[in-house]
Design a protein around this ligand. Structure first.
Ligand code: NAD
Length: 457
């Protein structure tokens, strides 16, 4: 049985049966049988179902936000923000999908009686293995365009966001998506591996590098399409020409929103030496203003740590940094209350020998390092296995573009951070993953382009 525990107080919210190998096999067979009819349904109809799914989200809003907060410990305001953002993403897909999936004529020559066309065929049955930190975002980036494109989806929510996963399945089914076209698979790692043993046509994964590497190896042997949206160690460089207070406020939010449990949370800050001390003072003042507490409280900004083992990762990073000479300016340890809690923590005098500047923290910790110039900043920003997002704060656009052009990263930000847009591709470099979601590319990615060579005589 899968025990769903509230990370903020350790209350048991539910106990659910996990899908074993046999149940997963049966679910796969149902999806395989149902997919051709779904693919043959006119796209207009498929879009109507997704529109009804959107209506369900609006109607269920308060229940969904509460469940998410109780299940993952996310502050309630931030749960509502996630649902608001979800509607925007669905609107993007509803608006763009038909054009992105339309068959294209790319060449025609009457003298040769020749036409060349590209059609976008659904992959078939795909596995969507998801993370817990933004379950609505990372799930919908996959299953919404995948369904619109005519695929059947075997959706495994994270074991830490299963109740949200069940809400998603119920809403999609009420919206008219056939039960066998969107099928949820319940469980953790063992269930996930059972899902990958099925002859699926693609696997779309969001989660850690460690799990992503295993999934990539399985998909490689099967020769199926694989997308891996993995972790990050996202850097930001603050130049000497910024409004320090504004930059500090923006970056404190970028580092601590969602209690630092975002793939694109700011995880490292490099500050030009001319403004370093002033920036640090403003940053710490900002962080000290964050209210930690009951995630259901409207005023709460710092919620619980969703996975208990992460507390140990955070403690170790702080101990390691301290041992190597870092200073803890605020926070630094667990909080004495029932549940999984860690204080928002700011470290200075850090360097790249410390785990906190090299390994994903995925919690409310930030290291701030002094740099002498743009060259040193770029060098340090690139000194990582990851490459999800990177940013620069400066008043000078040319300087920003020069720095960002040299950074190896899927997304780059000028005077902003921790931001995702449905209109732009979301992808990573290195250990941050393979493939992409969002944008029109993130619709076509759920299809196989078929090349048509047509000669009429
Ligand atoms: P995780 O890797 O522990 O688990 C992710 C999913 O994989 C879960 O559903 C889990 O049950 C499943 N799983 C675990 N082992 C498996 C196996 N052997 N075979 C098949 N499935 C298996 O990650 P998590 O803790 O859920 O998520 C946190 C990580 O996700 C962080 O590293 C974060 O940066 C990353 N993330 C990335 C993005 C992105 O868009 N790049 C978005 C959100 C989260």
């Amino acid at each position: 049985m899968l025990k769903i525990v509230n990370p903020a107080n350790h209350d048991v919210l539910a106990e659910l049966p996990e899908d074993g190998s046999y149940a997963v096999r049966k679910k796969y067979e149902r999806a395989r049988a149902a997919q051709p009819a779904w693919a043959a349904t006119p796209i207009r109809k498929r879009l109507e179902h997704i529109k009804s799914f959107r209506d369900e989200i609006v109607n269920m809003h308060d229940t969904l936000a509460r469940t998410l907060t109780q299940e993952v410990g996310k502050p309630i305001k931030q749960s509502r923000n996630e649902l608001k953002g979800l509607l925007t993403r669905i609107d993007f897909f509803l608006g763009e999908a038909a054009a992105a999936l339309r068959e294209e004529k790319v060449f025609a020559d009457a003298t040769q009686h020749l036409e060349e066309r590209i059609s976008h065929e659904p992959l078939g049955v795909i596995a969507n293995i998801s993370a817990w930190n933004y379950p609505y975002f990372v799930g919908s980036n996959v299953f919404v365009p995948a369904l619109i494109a005519g695929n059947a989806v075997l959706y495994k929510p994270s074991e830490f966001a299963t109740l949200t996963g069940k809400h998603i399945a119920d809403m999609l089914h009420r919206a008219g998506i056939p039960d066998d076209v969107f099928v949820s698979v319940i469980g953790g790692a063992v269930t996930g591996s059972a899902l990958l043993r099925q002859p699926v046509d693609g696997v779309f994964f969001t989660g850690s590098y460690a799990t992503g590497a295993k999934i990539g190896a399985v998909a490689g042997r099967k020769m199926i399409k694989v997308q891996l949206e993995l972790g990050g160690k996202d850097p930001v460089y603050v130049c000497d020409d910024v409004d320090v207070k504004t930059a500090a406020a923006g970056l404190a939010d970028g580092a601590f929103y969602n209690t630092g449990q975002s793939c694109c949370s700011v995880e490292r800050i490099y500050v030009h030496e001319k403004i370093h001390d002033e920036f640090v003072a403003e940053f710490v003042a900002e962080v000290n203003g964050f209210k930690l507490g009951d995630p259901l409280d409207e005023q709460t900004y710092i919620g619980a740590i969703t996975r208990r083992p992460q507390l140990e990762v955070l403690r170790k990073q702080v101990t390691d940094a301290r041992k190597k000479g870092a200073m803890v300016l605020t926070g630094g340890g667990s909080v004495e209350r029932k549940g999984n809690w860690f204080e928002p923590t700011v470290l200075t005098q850090v360097n790249h020998r410390m785990a906190v500047m090299r390994e994903e923290s995925f919690g409310p910790i930030i290291g701030i390092q002094r740099v002498v110039d743009d060259v040193e900043a770029v060098h340090l920003m690139n000194d990582t296995e990851y490459g999800l997002t990177a940013g620069v704060y400066t008043a000078n656009e040319k300087r920003a573009r020069r720095v960002l052009a040299q950074v190896k990263s899927g997304s780059v930000y000028w005077n902003c951070c921790d931001r995702v847009s449905p209109r732009l591709p979301w992808s990573g470099v290195g250990h941050s993953g393979i493939g992409l979601t969002l944008s029109t590319y993130g619709i076509q990615t759920f299809t196989r382009p078929k090349a048509w060579h047509l000669r009429s005589a």
